[in-house]
Write a protein that binds this ligand. Structure first.
Ligand code: UFG
Length: 325
């Protein structure tokens, strides 16, 4: 059976992608050290419990399964933490990632799909951000994702590794069947925090600033449902396996929502009031981050299907009320 090596397949986006890989006829083989992921999230294929730096584990896994491609989700992803501990981010998001890429090459895996982020763009200069927008990150998280993107470029020049870089906007929502979802510890993202505030399992929400140059003063983000995000990986894989070359794609919808709009939408769907207060701005938050998704829409067999705020909030809410990990 055609297999895909999924580094970080026990995490929020990795596990959702494993589910869709299985539905598309691939065996997802997860390699994960379970530092932030969950064993219970690995349901659609085997789990190799190892670090992505473990060359023996990777060699053994590639020898055992018919690995056609790899996906790399296994990174640290908290902007705030990256400001406090940049060494951790360079070590894991660059050092371990380069080691992983070199193990793939050593073992004859020629296709890699890499989870990057809109954080590589830094402070946007245009309303919609295309892939050609200058990449000048403003925090170590974005800088380390960009560093590995650049490493991939040079590694690909000197090997037969091809890559697809997916720059995610705001991943959100949960599996439509409730099988996997977002369980971060600590949780820092708006939508799960909002759900927890409604359920009463978290503190009242704090809106990080209401003095931004946006219509209601709160920041605008491009929320992409995790099921759509996972589908973009499968579409990228299909393109690579049918001979498509390396490429970089934004994964977003092209439509933004303010924090206040997210809260209002949630209140109307849930018919509940969301307890919140207005707090100070969070360091490093740009006012607006919205993708120009033209390239992915024209190149991959993909378009967002579930990224309306209603579906995002309903699935996220279901997960936070019923989550089993
Ligand atoms: N926000 C609040 N209160 C909270 C949490 C968030 O007001 O308690 C606001 C933020 O200021 C921001 C919006 O809600 O305007 C979304 O914040 P998230 O923390 O959910 O997401 P970010 O936009 O900060 O980060 C996401 C990814 C990062 C990535 C970034 C840029 O999680 O990995 O998008 O693409 F770097």
């Amino acid at each position: 059976m055609k297999a895909v090596l999924v580094a970080g397949g026990a995490g929020y986006i990795g596990a959702q992608t494993c589910k869709q890989l299985a539905a598309s006829g691939f065996l997802p083989v997860t390699i994960d050290n379970i530092s932030t992921g969950y064993r219970q999230a690995v349901k659609w294929g085997p789990l190799v419990e190892a670090d992505i730096r473990d060359r023996y584990a990777i060699a053994g896994t590639v020898a055992k399964y018919d690995i056609r491609a790899a996906m790399h989700f296994a990174a640290c992803s908290l902007v705030g933490e990256s400001m406090q501990n940049p060494v951790k981010y360079y070590d894991n998001n660059v050092g371990a990632a380069v080691s992983f890429a070199s193990s793939l090459i050593e073992n004859g895996v020629k296709n890699l799909i890499f989870s990057s982020t809109a954080a590589v763009y830094g402070l946007p200069k245009t309303m919609l951000i295309s892939e050609d927008h200058p990449a000048i990150p403003i925090n170590p998280y974005g800088a380390t994702k960009l560093a590995f993107e650049q490493a991939l470029h040079w590694i690909a020049c000197s090997s037969d590794l091809r890559f697809t870089i997916l720059r995610y906007f705001n991943a959100s929502g949960a599996d439509l069947d409730g099988e996997v979802g977002e369980s971060h510890d600590p949780e820092t993202h708006l939508i799960p925090l909002l759900c927890k505030a409604v359920i009463g399992s978290g503190a009242p929400l704090s809106i990080f600033g209401s003095d931004y140059p946006t219509p209601d003063g709160t920041p605008i983000r491009d929320y992409i449902h995790v099921v759509d995000l996972a589908a973009a990986h499968v579409a990228a894989l299909q393109r690579m396996l049918s001979g498509g070359g390396s490429g970089i794609f934004n994964v977003g919808t092209g439509v933004g929502a303010t924090v206040a709009e997210v809260i209002r939408t949630a209140e109307s769907i849930l018919a509940r009031e969301i307890p919140y207060r207005i707090g100070p701005r969070r360091e490093g938050d740009p006012a607006v981050l919205v993708a120009d998704p033209s390239r992915i829409l024209h190149t991959l067999d993909w378009s967002p299907r579930f990224s309306d705020l209603r579906t995002i909030i309903q699935t996220a809410m279901w997960w936070q009320e019923n989550r089993f990990y």
